[in-house]
Design a protein around this ligand. Structure first.
Ligand code: AMP
Ligand code: GLY
Length: 410
């Protein structure tokens, strides 16, 4: 199978790595890719949000499957255009991707489908925000209604800060605060049928001890030994199946991966957010453990043929990933710094590239906020974690920062 992956982050590097290990994949392409992806796939320039460019590239390469990584192309209708050109595409339509693109739309679907989630109100004026803060109480959760790469959310007990965020965003969703550990569950969907992958946990705050601003994610691990028995089945029954059914009923079936971000509250799992794509960096650890060849699985989603396939299988043991972030990420990441130590061999660990590029001398330099993902593996979480941090110690990037407590309490 000739496969084209769209995107340029650590998630796409993980997708390319897994697809590259799949014997069914005869040719692997990625656009635009990054410096690390170039070592596992043929990379091509493309504007990922331009449907015409992506279709032209897919046709030129004779791609039999296009896998869309990030949310922006999905929201821009790239999956619709690829499918309209007759090429199998893993990724939801623009309409279905509104589950991620609009927090208000996601809430509307959840209410219609009876999915457990935080109570919420859409607010445009300061008066509306004040009224919602009074109704839900502190801590206040204020979310930008549009796409914000995980950075549009403020959770605070400081009412002035909450109000200021609402004013800065314009249209926001104010939510009831959900208390409890967070879990990310990915469900592969073919429009009708949905199949869960192994749950993972992500670390959203920038600094140790869950301090600092929200980020796209600073690390992740899988599996979750502490997760309640039957969690995946419960989330499939209470969240994924009703949501996929609701979108189908609306005439906008969901094809691709539905990312369910959950809080495990005392009243059971509740949805914090939906994303219309694989989570980053959870994908890096989940795909590390996935033993089932990836291409056929994604192709089955793209072609509505998931029914009857055996459930995905996993390798025993655990995977932990730690993100190396650029100086001043998430505020205003510094780019263009040299990355050293990438060739140092590591035991039971490897590096996936996120925001990297080659400079004019062919050296790997930082080119984004989250620069590298170091993935450690082992028979259990502490061993995998140790492998990741040992490998990370070989790397150097001026000004970079990373969390030292990823998976420490697992
Ligand atoms: P989101 O972009 O919706 O995933 O929000 C980013 C992060 O903010 C989540 O991972 C949570 O840590 C936090 N958060 C969002 N919504 C809530 C909520 N209703 N209650 C508690 N924390 C939340
Ligand atoms: N890891 C969180 C996200 O992908 O949005």
């Amino acid at each position: 199978m000739r496969v084209l992956v769209i995107g340029s982050g650590g998630r796409e590097h993980a997708l390319c790595r897994a697809l590259g290990l799949d014997p069914q994949v005869s040719e692997l392409h990625c656009a635009p890719g990054n410096a690390g992806i170039a070592s596992v796939a043929a990379v091509h320039p493309v504007v990922p949000t331009d449907p015409g460019e992506v279709v032209a590239l897919a046709e030129r390469l004779g791609a039999e499957l296009v896998v869309i990584g990030p949310e922006a192309p999905l929201v821009a209708g790239v999956a619709d255009a690829v499918r309209a050109a007759g090429v199998a595409c893993f990724g939801p339509s623009a309409e279905a991707a509104r589950l991620e693109g609009s927090k208000a739309f996601a809430k509307e679907v959840m209410v219609a489908a009876g999915v457990p989630t935080a109570g919420a109100r859409v607010c445009v004026t300061a008066e509306e925000a004040e009224a919602a803060f009074d109704a839900f109480g502190a801590p206040y959760v204020v979310k930008d209604d549009g796409l914000a790469a995980g950075k549009g959310v403020v959770v605070t007990s400081d009412r002035a800060e909450a109000l200021a965020h609402a004013a800065a965003c314009g249209r926001v969703v104010v939510e009831e605060f959900l208390d409890g550990p967070e879990v990310s569950l990915f469900a592969l969907c073919d429009g009708t049928v949905a199949v869960p992958l192994q749950p993972a946990q992500d670390f959203k705050r920038a600094y140790d001890g869950d301090q600092g601003p929200n980020t796209g994610g600073m690390g992740a691990y899988t599996p979750l030994p502490w997760a309640p028995e039957g969690l995946t089945e419960r989330v499939m029954a209470e969240v994924v199946t009703p949501t996929v059914g609701e979108l189908r009923r609306r005439g906008t079936p969901y094809t691709g991966v539905l990312y369910v971000g959950l809080a495990l509250t005392s009243a059971g799992p509740k949805v914090i957010e939906f994303n219309a794509r694989f989570g980053d960096p959870e994908t890096q650890v989940v795909l590390d453990r996935l033993e089932t060849p990836l291409a056929a699985l994604l192709h089955a989603c793209a072609t509505g043929t998931l029914a009857g396939r055996p459930a995905p299988r996993y390798r025993d043991g655990a995977a932990v990933t730690v993100v190396v972030a650029a100086e001043d990420y998430p505020a205003d990441p510094v780019k263009g710094d040299l990355i050293e130590g990438l060739d140092t061999p590591a035991k039971d660990a490897y590096v996936l590239h996120a925001g990297t590029a080659l400079d004019d001398q062919g050296r790997v330099v930082s080119a984004g906020g989250r620069v590298l993902n170091v993935v450690g593996t082992g028979p259990d979480i502490p061993t995998a974690r140790r492998a990741a941090y040992e490998a990370l110690a070989n790397l150097s990037l001026r000004g970079s920062h990373h969390r030292t407590d990823i998976a420490a309490r697992a």
